[in-house]
Design a protein around this ligand. Structure first.
Ligand SMILES: Cc1cc2nc3c(=O)[nH]c(=O)nc-3n(C[C@H](O)[C@H](O)[C@H](O)COP(=O)(O)OP(=O)(O)OC[C@H]3O[C@@H](n4cnc5c(N)ncnc54)[C@H](O)[C@@H]3O)c2cc1C
Length: 566
């Protein structure tokens, strides 16, 4: 598919310097900023005072982290081990995880969570004062630490924001959208252009020159019409990294959360999530005839990995001609609902459903991008000077399907690793290259059509025919929706189009069913496809084209789940 030629921001109205720019202020970005400042301050850099700048598109707390409910997974219980956490993670990842990255995640995870607690995040405790741990889909042990019952992300975000605000040496610019990276003369990154709103003298488009950019810009859920992700999750980091020459990996593995509250046929934007932890505590799914349909599907029944549950729901909805199924947690009773899931209880009640007495209508919706910008074990992307962590990155820990509650942990662990690496080896300052890119933004009005296309044709159920139709739709959007108006909303819709095009390319190339990628026309997993799909943007006459390359997986662990189900 031909995309607009590479973009260029309008000439910057201001310019400044920071050693490191962190893009995004969720668990990954704020952890990275705190740790990088610490690492640079302790590294021997002569008399220079290290400068770390956080830029974030909205307010500090606007990302997905704030919304996380269930918790954060780590082998913290007395009977648990990193080895068991590794096994569960590889199993969910369906043969496409990077085992070394998973080992890093599970072995460094417990220490990273303890550091978060030391920073001030208050997790729930049992009567003896020990961390209260619960279980979620795909985990064979109780290893999910949670806060405020079901408000884990809000507590983590609160603690991190407090630490950042209290830090005298970390600067923050809110309402600053990263538009594009400034290329360096040697092909690396020399800085980032920003669109800043309402920051007095810095209002408008500006340039920050730096030695390293850490992308921590979160997910891409808004590329679909219905998602659990907040409004800021428009895949900006994924798109701007692709434009800068970075490699994207495993983008087709978009996770659809099985239990998102069904609010009616035309619901758009962020939808309320009913955490997996509700099933972890004993809730179960039934169809419109009251039948529990997960028991024959997987040994873990209602606690099977997300893709298994999402697919089973979609199949059941198709078979019965219904537009949702039901989650039954009435047996919890009011006291347990109020103690364990106060946020979900309040959300359900606000939508007219009382889960103490009613079944909750649920349906799968876009939730998480397992793929993203490829990084190595210290967060380096394929572009010198560009690092990535958190949901925007593909560190290799999720493979074809993320294990529940591993994403907050990934943000924490790999942000710390980037910091340690930059403390040892801060890249040199690069001369900016002459900018030869041309404008080619997509009008904000195209957004609805992009979202409708991906939702209808690139969702839980995919086929060659549907993906070809999706390509045709996106090509038309490209041709019809060009704009010269460089507003932030035009950058967002351009990023959505870029991500949608990359997603369709990857989903069409992978002719098998694996993890969260389900092809109706290739219903089984195929060992020939056990590996990664890498995407790059190649310049062509009149635009750019996304091309894909297959790379065999390093994960040789046996797939212990039925073919096609994980
Ligand atoms: C409803 C919900 C529940 C979840 N529950 C859990 C859970 O229980 N456990 C778990 O492990 N995971 C959970 N997840 C997933 C997890 O919350 C996310 O994967 C994780 O928080 C991502 O963290 P992050 O720091 O990478 O990104 P985010 O927290 O999304 O932060 C991204 C940041 O980047 C900023 N940004 C975006 N674009 C730009 C730009 N162009 N310029 C500047 N800034 C930009 C955003 O404003 C934001 O500050 C859940 C997600 C959702 C949506």
């Amino acid at each position: 598919m031909l995309l607009p030629a590479r973009l260029s921001a309008p000439p910057p109205g201001w310019a400044r310097y920071a050693d490191v720019v962190v893009v995004g202020s969720g668990i990954a970005g704020l952890t990275a900023a705190l740790r990088i400042r610490e690492a640079l301050a302790t590294a021997d850099r002569g008399s220079a005072d290290p400068t770390v700048l956080v830029v974030t598109k909205d307010q500090l707390s606007a990302g997905s982290t704030q919304w996380a409910q269930g918790g954060i997974a780590a082998a913290l219980g007395p009977e648990d081990t990193p080895e068991e956490h590794l096994r569960d993670t590889l199993l969910a990842g369906a043969g496409v995880c990077d085992p070394e990255a998973v080992r890093v995640l599970v072995t460094e995870g417990p220490e990273a969570v303890r550091e978060l607690i030391a920073l001030g995040a208050a997790f729930d405790r049992d009567p003896a004062g020990m961390l209260a741990l619960t279980r979620e889909g795909g985990h064979h042990r109780d290893r999910i630490a949670h806060a405020g019952g079901d408000a884990t992300g809000a507590e983590i975000q609160r603690a991190l924001v407090a630490a950042i605000r209290a830090h005298p040496d970390i600067e923050v610019i809110e309402h600053a959208m990263a538009l594009d990276l400034i290329p360096g003369a040697d092909g690396g990154v020399a800085g980032v252009t920003l669109h800043v709103l309402g920051e007095g003298q810095r209002d408008g488009v500006g340039a920050v020159h730096c030695r390293a950019v850490v992308l921590a810009s979160g997910g891409l859920g808004q590329v679909f019409a219905a998602t659990t992700n907040p409004a800021v999750a428009t895949g900006d980091g994924t798109a701007l990294a692709l434009r800068a020459g970075a490699v994207l990996r495993d983008l087709e593995f978009v996770q659809f959360h099985p239990t998102v509250m069904w609010l009616g046929g035309d619901s758009r934007g962020q939808q309320p999530l009913i955490s997996e932890a509700v099933r972890g505590e004993g809730a179960f799914l039934v169809d419109d005839a009251g039948v529990r349909f997960l028991q024959g599907e997987h040994e873990l029944a209602d606690l099977a990995p997300r893709d298994v549950v999402a697919k089973a729901i979609k199949r059941r909805m198709r078979d019965r001609g219904s537009d949702h199924v039901w989650l039954d947690a009435r047996h919890f009773g009011a006291a347990k609902w109020e103690r364990r899931f106060p946020t979900i209880l309040a959300t359900c009640r606000a939508h007219g459903v009382d889960p103490v007495t009613d079944l909750i209508p649920v349906v799968p919706a876009c939730h998480y991008a397992s793929g993203g910008v490829v990084t190595d074990l210290v967060g380096r992307t394929s572009v010198p000077g560009l690092y990535a962590c958190g949901e925007v990155a593909c560190s290799g820990v999720h493979g074809a399907n993320r294990l529940a509650s591993n994403s907050l942990l990934e943000g924490l662990v790999f942000a710390r690793r980037i910091a340690a690496h930059l403390g040892d080896a801060l890249p040199p300052r690069r001369e900016p290259a002459p900018d030869r890119r041309t404008p080619g933004l997509v009008a904000p009005a195209a957004r609805d059509r992009i979202q409708a296309t991906t939702s209808a044709l690139v969702g839980v159920l995919r086929s060659a025919d549907g993906l070809a139709r999706a390509t045709g739709e996106l090509v038309e959007v490209c041709a019809l929706a060009a704009t010269d108006e460089p507003a932030a909303a035009a950058w967002e819709s351009t990023n959505l189009l870029t991500v949608a095009a990359a997603l369709v390319t990857a989903a069409a190339a992978r002719e098998e069913t694996r993890g969260s990628h389900w092809r109706e026309d290739f219903a089984d997993a195929d060992d020939a496809w056990r590996g990664h799909l890498d995407l790059t943007l190649e310049p062509t006459a009149g635009g750019s084209r996304i091309s894909s390359t297959f790379r065999p997986s390093l994960d040789h662990s046996p797939l212990l789940v039925p073919e096609g189900s994980a």
